[in-house]
Design a protein around this ligand. Structure first.
Ligand code: PLP
Length: 472
């Protein structure tokens, strides 16, 4: 493709992108294709001869689009959002065009220095103390892995990197029953072992019970285990429960245990002064992760990872082959030592574009609107006698179920599962479920970039309508 052809197609493509944004609410939210339907439409072998971009775009429309679930649709209430926004997309076009590798400062000084500055901006926006240093990672899962590996090295005086697991006593990691599965994955990968991940029970509001954590740590110490890391969550995946950091942090400090905080989704709410209470006890935190690629209008991937003792992170990950030795080493941040991958995309650019385009005030307004929509939805649910809320509504997630009288618990579970599938099959909205105390629970996340109170009201009307027409 020549540059002139590129220019022509790029202009056409911008038109395609803008049309998609204008019409995203008109697509069936959840793709309804069957397994292998898309696979079978794509030729088994690559083309021998050059094809035009127009033929690629035609296939995108005809083959790919039916197999897309529309995460940017205002009918998307599932999982957690993976929001994008026009300023984010524009900057991502530049990142792709520059195609720069941001592994060390010398491979693009602007990328390293903008990343450093953006992490300072974010740190101030969410109210973390200035002793934290930040780095952009590809996912909260990778950041949590980095935290657990660093905690592992610290609790073994950096010997496991050299000697291997098994060279020290058995390490233990603690989290609540509601913690995200990425913690279990990290514990497996780190060699600590899944059976050394202790899941602490939760209170009625689904937050970790600090008394139970203390008991588990003391019992482990008595039995000769080495408590290594506690993962506390601000905004659990099921219900956005907030673990009490001050109580948990005090226990960690007394017992010399690393405190990692997973705020992947709810971290964005910390930009609001009225949600700073979630960070009470921040002085105890060793590492902290949140995902601007969820709720902060910055397209995937962009995870903000903060660490108090950055030297220990670097010591955990550093390797220094000859070809990466530079004259600037030690004077600048070489982010390849701050996580698993060597090659890194220029992700700070879209963050810069988003924060400047919205302004911190614009971001706060948008996040407040989302939280107000969740509150409004929970009020609509609360007044219906045949529905019930199943967890406190803290930020932008509402957990509820259809609960008509005259059915057993098992039948209610089946009804709600059926309701979930019928709603998703309708193409109008998409929501996902969790299980709370054995109850099949519908979750509605009111945090999509394009969502308005009208969309929430319409969605709620279809939920009521479909639910009341259900039979077993
Ligand atoms: C989404 C989420 C994760 C995983 O995030 P990735 O960036 O997809 O790895 C981890 N923890 C919590 C609380 C989450 O909400």
């Amino acid at each position: 493709m020549t540059t002139d052809e590129f220019r022509k197609h790029a202009h056409e493509l911008v038109e395609w992108m803008a049309c998609y944004m204008e019409n995203v609410g008109n697509y069936p939210v959840k793709s309804s294709v069957s397994p292998r339907e898309i696979f079978d439409k794509i030729p088994g072998s690559p083309p021998e001869h050059s094809e035009s971009f127009n033929s690629v775009l035609k296939d995108i429309d005809e083959i790919i689009m039916p197999g897309i679930t529309h995460w940017q649709s205002p009918g998307f209430f599932a999982y957690f959002p993976a929001n994008t926004s026009p300023p984010s997309i524009l900057a991502e076009m530049i990142t792709a065009t520059l195609g720069t590798q941001c592994m060390i400062w010398e491979t693009s000084p602007a990328a390293a220095e903008l990343e450093e500055k953006m992490m300072i901006w974010l740190r101030e926006m969410i109210g973390l103390p200035s002793c934290f240093e930040g780095v952009i990672q590809d996912s909260a899962s990778a950041a949590t892995l980095a935290a657990i590996l660093t905690a592992r090295e610290k609790s073994s005086t950096f010997s496991i990197n050299t000697e291997g697991v098994g060279s020290t006593g058995t390490l233990r990691v603690y989290c609540s029953e509601q913690t995200h599965s990425s913690v279990e994955k990290a514990v497996k990968i780190s060699g600590i072992g899944k059976k050394n991940l202790i899941k602490i029970s939760v209170k009625e509001d689904f937050s970790m019970d600090p008394q139970k954590l203390l008991e588990a740590i003391l019992l482990d110490k008595k039995r000769g285990f080495i408590p290594c890391c506690v993962v506390a969550t601000i905004g659990t995946t099921g219900t956005t429960a907030v673990d009490p950091l001050r109580a948990i942090g005090g226990i960690c400090a007394e017992n010399g245990v690393w405190l990692h905080v997973d705020a992947a989704m709810a971290g964005t709410a910390l930009i609001l002064p009225e949600f700073q209470w979630m960070l009470d006890g921040r002085e105890y935190i060793d590492s902290f992760v949140f995902n601007p690629h969820k709720w902060m209008f910055t397209n995937f991937d962009c995870t903000a990872y903060f660490i108090k003792d950055a030297a220990s992170l670097i010591k955990t990950f550093e390797v220094l082959p000859e070809y990466l030795k530079t004259r600037t080493r030690g004077k600048v941040n070489d982010y390849r030592d701050w996580g698993v991958p060597l090659g890194r995309r220029f992700r700070a650019l879209k963050l810069w574009s988003v924060i400047r385009s919205f302004g911190t005030e614009g971001l706060r307004d948008k996040v407040r609107e989302h939280i107000a929509m969740a509150t409004a939805l929970s009020e609509m649910i609360a007044i219906e006698p045949d529905f019930e809320l199943l967890a406190p509504v803290i930020i932008s997630v509402v957990c509820f179920r259809y609960n008509p009288s005259g059915y057993t618990e098992d039948q209610i579970n089946s009804l709600n599962e059926k309701l979930n599938h019928e709603l998703n099959d309708s193409g109008k909205i998409y929501l996902t479920h969790t299980s709370l105390n054995g109850k099949y629970t519908l979750r509605m996340v009111t945090a999509q970039t394009n969502l308005t109170p009208d969309h929430v009201r319409t969605a709620w009307e279809s939920i009521i309508h479909i639910a009341r027409g259900l039979s077993l």
